[in-house]
Design a protein around this ligand. Sequence first.
Ligand code: ATP
Ligand code: MG
Length: 394
Amino acid sequence: MTGKAFLLKYGEIALKGKNRRIFEDVLVRKVKEALAKTDGEFAVSKTRGRIFVEAVSEIDEEETIAALQRVFGIIGICPVVLTDDEGFDALAEKVVAFVDQNFADKHFTFKVDARRARKNYPLRSMEINAAIGEKLLDAFSELSVDVHDPDVLVRIEIRERINFYVRELPGPGGMPIGTNGSAQLLLSGGIDSPVAGYMVAKRGVSVHATYFHAPPYTSERAKQKVVDLAKILSRYLGPVTLHVVNFTDIQMYIYEQCPHDELTIIMRRYMMRIAEHFAKEDGDMGLVTGESIGQVASQTMQSLACTDAVTTMPVYRPLIGFDKQDIIDYAEKIGTYETSILPYEDCCTIFVAKHPVTKPRVERMEKSEKSLAEKIDELYRTAIETTETLVVEE
Ligand code: ATP
Ligand code: MG
């Protein structure tokens, strides 16, 4: 062991009852997967309410923390010193050395907060607080104690082994991926849908994705952009299954047969039908889109009702109440924004009408779709049969 370790804290809310074990086991597995992508080697262990990550090789601390900050379910990451119990004096010495290393300037107030989880330790928590506090004051005269609002909280946990730390970095929160089933994301090259995928994944849902490609109207580069977005998402999601559907013939047929102002909605209805097919194939429990109310004509309440009407699966729209700027802020935070704004064409913008309907009615859409009767079943089947499925990982 190198002495470098991290204490991971996770939320308590979802941990009641028998789900706790499942949640913890998945979280440990996700932590291991995230750490496997770094150059370091680690031992990961779990005790009640805590996960410890210990470096067993030289590590890059920043890289390690960045990897852990992408694991949903973690709320706090504390770089700790993890040590065997070698008596109180040895502990005090180590804490003094640790504070020395971590703070060049010692003009700050502090408080020691010890927890004695192992009751046979000879000193009680309050006694540890007082004794370590005294050692720190003796060692560094610039320090002073403030028990109400300290600048630095020196936390010490006495368990089988002892750990102490002064820093807690935020984790991403949420729940470990896979603890809440899976869903099919309609992933376009835009700003919104990658954020939508991130948000459901954060709640523990494992995400598969479908992209509708319309060559030659959309280029290879437009497809590559979606693959790149899936790669960025894979930092959080793990490997992403991406179905690339060739949508051109369906789109052209709708364009030929249906009123142009209804085009976007009817196209969207076929996207939902095809995404539902892959959702069932992938064992998913719902569809996810990046829509938000009123963002564009195809996202009015009436339009959303028309797209929902073609599927019996729940359609999750995690961005439903977000303003565009909120979504952009999120996209920047998760790292998809720069890729999303690259100027490649999208299959929906090419066929878009000047004045699309904003208040479509389901009955009306069904009627318009009757004019597709001759070929649509075959086109639908072909689209599914010719779909290219990739597994994307960064
Ligand atoms: P974004 O494309 O980032 O989602 P947008 O404002 O461009 O945002 P629309 O083009 O109106 O959104 O699409 C609404 C939703 O439909 C998208 O969020 C996405 O879930 C789905 N969608 C649209 N086009 C495609 C496509 N080519 N492939 C897969 N899904 C798509
Ligand atoms: Mg789009």
